[in-house]
Design a protein around this ligand. Structure first.
Ligand code: HEC
Length: 151
């Protein structure tokens, strides 16, 4: 009887120990998880805060001055129209004259750049290739540049 009782006690003690161990393990595990979560929650807050001023800085970029197309004109247009835009009449028009400036609209200049020129005036062909790969801001810049050539 007494040895059986001892065994029972041993079983109860060992079960209790196991339970305590289990509770202790779960407890520390969840505590560890909580600890691990806390820095994870605070960590993204800092990059977010840092990203906000960066986003706010973007509109400033968009408001930057128009693209300088002087180099674009020099590399793509100068050969036929001249650095000063005087061209080689009658082959290419003189962009600097008030008469030519009054004759063409902004839309026509834009169209000449993006779609090219292909027309016949009294049997004389007027042809210019289209500059289809120019970004829109450069096309707009070139229109303004051509306007600016007026003397
Ligand atoms: C290979 C020669 C050549 C190049 C390069 C060239 N053009 Fe021309 N361009 C012409 C010719 C030719 C005409 C037609 C002239 C005419 O109508 O009497 C013309 C016409 C024009 C006109 C007048 C369009 C119209 O409807 O009367 C504009 C504006 C113009 N070019 C702008 C440009 C710009 C901007 C560039 C550079 C992106 C450029 N051209 C590059 C040859 C060229």
């Amino acid at each position: 009887m007494s040895s059986q009782f001892r065994k029972k006690i041993q079983v109860i003690v060992s079960v209790c120990c196991a339970l305590l161990l289990a509770v202790g393990l779960v407890g520390t595990a969840s505590a560890a998880k909580k600890k691990a979560k806390k820095p994870a929650k605070t960590a993204p807050a800092k990059p977010d805060a840092a990203a906000e001023p960066a986003k706010a800085a973007e509109p400033a970029k968009a408001a930057a001055p128009k693209v300088d197309v002087t180099a674009v004109f020099a590399s793509k247009c100068k050969a036929c129209h001249g650095a000063d835009g005087k061209g080689k009449p009658p082959k290419t028009p003189d962009f600097t004259t008030a008469a030519w400036q009054a004759k063409v609209s902004d839309a026509q200049i834009k169209k000449a750049i993006t779609e090219g020129v292909d027309r016949d005036e009294g049997g004389v062909p007027h042809k210019m290739k289209a500059f289809k790969d120019l970004p829109a801001d450069q096309v707009d810049g070139l229109v303004a540049f051509v306007r600016g050539l007026k003397k």
